[in-house]
Design a protein around this ligand. Structure first.
Ligand code: ASP
Length: 331
């Protein structure tokens, strides 16, 4: 018997329509009941943590969700399924990825259409998530996001459609499992994941802001972020990791004052690299860290988590993680 703990947090999967708009109200037991017969040999217990839209979560809420998963694993669950709003599911999945190297499956899912929609996609997604969480093929894959028949690893998964039931992709990486009529089909072998020294009992993560680049973007938002107390900044750069001279200057000031800056792209797919004179090469020269193909939203959590580790260089922790290495000791 596989014991799966369902942790419900709200989102569209738990929402019903109303005069003010959709609102999450459906609790975990009703969600599980909507799936119909459970896969053979699976025993499910449920827990409601919050019942909200994920657009309203702060980083302290994300840490609470991570602690819920820790509690379920400590209590001996063979797998955990978290129902969650799709808007920020890629962030919670990523934080879970930093938090756990436990081989037991941790699976997030949700829905694009509400619980009371006549074509609700939540029951099928939750059924697939339970099948994945109970399957040997999901062990050692790290936290997975299961949606519309595919399971994506946490790192690199992105919401890529605002409305479609095929809401998630992992550009350049792809899914690792597929669910076909309740059967889990492996598409690739688990990849090693670097460990990360995240303290799950922190009340919150340090502030890290994302600053967008666009024609005419200057240093205003980088400086404003540091004035607001940010430990560092993620730049959602243009193209392969470029920004104009005024923004580059503000990045150089930030790095010189001990605030790490990560460079990601506002482009949906592909890695960043310091290639262009006066753009990426200048950001590189200023000491910014190019964050591979990480989205600005996941990079923000990586830098915030690294900035929360006492007595360690956040930049060294980030660089090691990006290189696929375990954390350097005593950096
Ligand atoms: N659109 C969202 C969802 O799919 C709302 C949220 O993130 O809670 O659940």
């Amino acid at each position: 018997m596989r014991r799966i703990q369902v942790v419900a947090t709200g989102g569209t999967i738990a929402s019903r329509g109303g005069v003010e708009g959709r609102r999450a109200t459906v609790l975990a037991k009703e969600l599980v009941a909507s799936v119909g017969p459970l896969p053979a040999g699976v025993e499910v217990s449920t827990r409601d943590v919050v019942t909200r839209g994920s657009y309203a979560f702060g980083t302290a809420d994300l840490l609470t969700l991570v602690r819920e998963v820790r509690g379920a694993l400590h209590a001996g669950a063979d797998g955990v399924v978290m129902t969650h709003g799709t808007d920020t599911m890629e962030e919670t999945a990523f934080l879970l990825d930093l938090a756990f190297d436990d081989p037991r499956p941790i699976v997030l899912t949700g829905a694009q259409r509400p619980f009371d929609d006549r074509a609700a996609d939540g029951p099928a997604n939750l059924g697939d998530a339970l099948a994945v969480a109970a399957d040997e093929a999901a062990r050692g894959q790290g936290p997975l996001l299961v949606f519309d028949g595919f399971a994506f690893p946490a790192r690199g998964v992105r919401k890529s459609d605002t409305m479609s039931a095929h809401a998630f992709t992992a550009p350049g990486r792809g899914p690792v499992l597929r669910v076909v009529d309740g059967r889990v089909v492996p598409l690739s072998q688990p990849r090693p994941r670097p460990r990360f020294p995240l303290d799950l009992d922190l009340p919150d993560l340090p502030r890290v802001d994302v600053v967008p680049v666009y024609p005419g973007a200057d240093g205003l938002f980088v400086r404003a972020a540091l004035d607001a107390g940010a430990a560092g900044v993620v730049v959602a750069a243009v193209g392969a990791g470029n920004a104009g001279p005024e923004l580059v200057e503000a990045v150089a000031e930030a790095v010189a004052s001990g605030h790490p800056v990560l460079i990601c792209s506002r482009v949906h797919s592909g890695p960043v690299a310091p290639l262009y004179a006066g753009g990426g090469t200048e950001l590189h020269r200023a000491g910014a860290v190019f964050a591979d193909d990480l989205s600005p939203w996941q990079a923000r959590l990586l830098l915030a988590a690294a900035s929360a580790v006492p007595g360690r260089s956040p930049e060294a922790l980030v660089r090691a993680w990006l290189a696929g290495e375990d954390p350097p000791s005593g950096s």
